[in-house]
Design a protein around this ligand. Structure first.
Ligand SMILES: Nc1nc2c(ncn2[C@@H]2O[C@H](COP(=O)(O)OP(=O)(O)OP(=O)(O)O)[C@@H](O)[C@H]2O)c(=O)[nH]1
Length: 179
């Protein structure tokens, strides 16, 4: 009867909508050493704020960022993972299904850049390498004397590592909000 037909129509519509929705929800996973500024980067991106006090991420956290391109709504599910070794096991269970992997390092801490490849490798283990966009992001640029030999050296190393990682390289400061 009419009732069954409308129900079926609604269900079809709902399924189509859901499919449409899912295609526009992208999963972003942010990884990197502890204290490099992953949470700060996400907070700056989603809320345009900065907190000076450090609060370690416990396991994982996430933010949803919605935006429109030519009137079409999109959303990003941004997973903020903990850099602390003891939380790695929990955090890594959230790597799967990422369309974007953001590997973060501290521009003032060369060790965190040296660890970037390891972080990416671990995140990629759970994902299809052909369907991921990869970023290498150097943070805390406000702490660097610029221009300086040290900054130049770090940037040169980072460009090199980004190429190996097939990543797009960015530098920024979550504190000032400048790239
Ligand atoms: N000067 C400066 N400090 C920053 C910047 N980004 C983050 N910080 C500071 O660095 C510390 C660590 O930042 P978080 O964003 O919590 O680091 P995280 O990578 O999320 O750390 P975990 O959650 O432990 O993995 C905090 O005290 C921040 O205020 C930046 O761009 N400039």
């Amino acid at each position: 009867g009419w009732d069954i037909q409308t129900k079926a129509a609604f269900k079809g519509q709902a399924a189509r909508l859901q499919l449409w929705d899912r295609q526009k929800m992208s999963k972003v996973v942010v990884v990197g050493d502890l204290n490099v500024g992953k949470t700060s980067l996400i907070k700056r991106f989603c809320k345009d704020v900065f907190e000076r006090d450090y609060k370690a991420t416990i396991g994982v956290d996430f933010e949803i960022e919605r935006f429109q391109i030519l009137g079409v709504p999109f959303s990003l599910q941004i997973w903020d993972t903990a850099g602390q070794e003891k939380f790695k096991c929990i955090a890594s269970t959230y790597y799967r299904g990422a369309q974007v992997i953001v590997t973060v390092f501290d521009m003032a801490d060369i060790q965190s850049l040296n660890h970037a490849r390891q972080w990416l490798e671990e995140a990629m283990r759970e994902n299809d390498p052909n369907s991921c966009f990869i970023f290498l992001v150097g943070t805390k640029t406000d702490l660097l004397v610029s221009p300086s030999d040290e900054r130049e050296r770090t940037e040169k190393d980072a460009v090199h590592i980004a190429a190996e990682m097939h990543a797009e390289f960015w530098t920024l400061s979550a504190k000032t909000g400048k790239t």
